[in-house]
Structure formats: C-alpha cells, structure tokens
Design a protein around this ligand. Structure first.
Ligand code: NDP
Ligand code: KPL
Length: 333
C-alpha cells in the first residue's frame, strides 16, 4: 500500500524541524513548499542540526515545490498540510488562499504550527468540512545561513489538539489527530495531546503578548529591559494580567499562578535574558505577528467588556512599528 502524503507549508525554523521529524519517522511521504530556500533544498536536500534528533545531511523529501499550486499540479493528495509560515492574519494572499489548491475535502486536515490566537477562525470559515488541528510550539528552531536546513535548539515539543469544527464528528477528528501524533512520535517528536487547545494557546499568548511586544518596542532583550527602570517588571505583570483576564472571560482554563510562573520562567533566564521572534522580525523589517499576538486579545477584551488599556497601548505602538516596516515612505517622513 502506498504511503500517505503530508505537505509542509513554510520551510523555516519550525517547518524545517517538523518536516525532518516526519521524514525521519518513515511513516509518510513528506512534501515541502519552500520559497527563499527552494533552490538550495531542491539541489542539496535538507540538513537538520539538533542535540535531540542528531545531525542529518541530504534528507530528500518526496516533493519540493515552489507553491501550493505547483504541489497540487503534481497530482499528490495530502492527508495533512502543516502550516509553519508566520501567522499574519491580514496578509494578502491569506493562508486560506494559499491552502485552497491543496485541500481535498474529506481527506486533508490543516495543522497550525504557529504562535498566537485567532488563526483557526478564518480557516474554519474557508474550509467548513475540514479538520483543523492546532499546536502550541515549544520548540526552538532557526534556518541555517546556507538556506539548506535548520538548527533545533533548546527543547522540542508540541502541545497539540483539534480545534473542533461546528457539526464535526469528534471521534473522527480525534482519530485524525491521533494518526498524525503517532507519526510525529515515531520520528521522536514530543507531543502532549489536549482536548482544550484554546486554553493552551491563550497561556502561550499571555507569554508572547508581554515578552514579544516589549522586546520589540524597546529593542532590548528581557535582562536589560528589567534593569532599565523600576517600572519595567510591573508593566510585564500588568500586560499579562490583562490577557489572563480576557482568557478567563472567554471561559478558558487558566490555572492560578500562571502569570507568576510565566514571569519567573523569564526572570530566571541568565542575563541578557530572552530576545523574541517578533523582535527579530522587527530588526529585519519583516511583517510581525501583531494581530495573532496582540490584536486578537485586544479585540476579545473589547468584545467581552474586559478592560485592556495597557495592552491596547502596546498593540497600537507595535502596530505602528509594523506599519513603518511595511511602508518605507511613511517611515522616512
Ligand atoms: N522559531 C522558533 O523558535 C519559534 C517559532 N514559533 C512560531 O512558529 C511559526 C513559524 O515561525 P518560524 O519557523 O520561526 O518562522 P520562519 O520565518 O523561520 O519561517 C517561516 C517560513 O515560511 C515561509 N513562507 C512564508 N510565506 C510563504 C509563502 N507564501 N510560500 C512559501 N513559503 C512561505 C518563509 O519563507 P521565506 O524564507 O521565503 O520568507 C519561511 O521559510 C510562527 O508562528 C512563530 O511565531 C513558535 C515558537 C518558537
Ligand atoms: C521562542 C519563544 C518562546 C520566545 O519567547 C517565542 O515564542 C517567540 O519568540 O515568539
């Protein structure tokens, strides 16, 4: 029997690692959509450097494609499409636009390997019959400067669950998740399965709302930010508590002590502390994940009548930084 196929959309730091984990599992045919690294990956194969998975050179994927259109034209039908591009809710074309050619109804499931909250809703709207699996990524990954592979650092792990669709068959959706998790585990990937993925995503966004936005706006890693003034650490508590209050108002399960734990996880890091992916995107002038990290929590706070004044101010500032990065003329004025 021929093996099922998966497609990795977004072969960067995280997508590269999960393409390798699935490739090493030997359970499925792995195809990738690569953009800036297409030529390197097509010619040389793919490299993984990892303390956990070991070093692998010249991994050959079943298909390397320039776009989802090209992947679809190959005639391959995909059981899963794993999306590890940056979660940019206002991007044109949207993620749904990219996925349109490769979703086969009642076969393909979409898997989000992305930070932030609110990315599932547009996918449910575009693909109401499709299972959407959502994962919180606890993995450190970065593309190699040679563009033909990735380096995995710190830990590797996913907290993963179905973002259940309306009128879907829960048992069927759970079985779809279970099969993917089996493949990831066969590749030595660490998966914690949850039936409440939204609570997990919101815990991570309490973290990202604070550290990503403040490191971006101040251009400082967390260590120098903490020593910059006596107001710095209290601001972190205020931001996190606002997002926590929104999550609780949504009826999500946020354990007591979550904010203290998330602050400690950061203050425990040796000087100079943590940078963030948003800070790196800002330095590089790339679009930032402003909407999924700050915009959705602000809008949900407003919708539910939860005061989010500090978060709104930070959202506005980071949104303006993002606007300046995307509008060179406005930034020069
Ligand atoms: N890296 C990390 O350690 C962590 C990342 N995350 C989250 O994981 C997600 C992925 O992040 P990360 O891997 O770091 O991001 P990267 O920027 O490293 O990778 C994103 C990839 O998506 C590709 N891409 C974007 N749009 C398209 C397109 N239209 N067609 C084809 N390829 C496309 C990019 O291609 P190109 O090179 O051409 O731009 C790039 O290779 C984000 O939500 C991030 O917040 C979460 C935890 C940790
Ligand atoms: C890697 C980590 C956890 C650091 O805050 C992150 O999610 C990010 O930078 O976006």
């Amino acid at each position: 029997m021929s093996r099922e196929s998966v497609l990795l959309f977004g072969l960067g730091g995280i997508g590269g690692i999960y393409a390798c984990i699935l490739q090493l599992s030997g359970k499925c045919d792995v195809h990738v959509v690569a953009r800036s690294n297409y030529n390197a990956v097509k010619e040389k194969g793919f490299k993984l450097i990892s303390p956990k998975f070991g070093n692998h050179d010249g991994l050959k994927f079943a298909g390397v494609w320039k776009s989802t259109e090209e992947a679809a034209a190959s005639g391959t039908k995909f059981s899963y499409v794993l999306c590890a591009n940056k979660a940019l809710l206002d991007a044109k074309p949207s993620l749904s636009d990219h996925l349109q050619p490769i979703i086969t109804p009642s076969l393909t499931s979409i898997v989000l390997l992305q930070n932030g909250v609110g990315a599932e809703e547009p996918l449910h709207k575009s693909f109401p019959e499709t299972t959407v699996i959502s994962a919180v990524v606890w993995t450190g990954g970065k593309p190699l400067p040679t563009a033909d592979g990735v380096e995995q650092f710190n830990r590797e792990g996913l907290t993963i669950g179905v973002d259940y669709r309306k009128n879907g068959d829960k048992a069927e959706e759970d079985a779809t998740l279970e099969k993917l998790v089996g493949w990831l585990k066969a590749g030595k990937g660490d998966c914690t399965v949850t039936e409440d993925i939204q609570s997990e995503r919101w815990v991570k966004v309490i973290w990202n709302c604070c550290w990503n936005s403040l490191t971006t706006a101040t251009r400082l890693k967390t260590g120098p930010f903490f020593e910059s003034s006596s107001q710095a650490l209290p601001l972190c508590y205020t931001v996190m508590r606002e997002v926590e209050a929104v999550a609780k108002a949504k009826g999500l399960k946020i354990e007591d002590g979550t904010v203290d734990k998330l602050i400690k996880q950061c203050t425990d890091v040796a000087y100079p502390g943590l940078p963030s992916s948003m800070m790196a995107d800002n330095f590089a002038g790339r679009p930032m994940e402003v909407e999924v990290i700050l915009g959705t929590p602000v809008r949900e706070g407003q919708r539910l009548g939860v005061p989010v004044p500090t978060l709104t101010a930070i959202y506005t500032i980071v949104k303006a930084l993002d606007y300046g990065n995307q509008n060179a003329e406005a930034a020069k004025a």
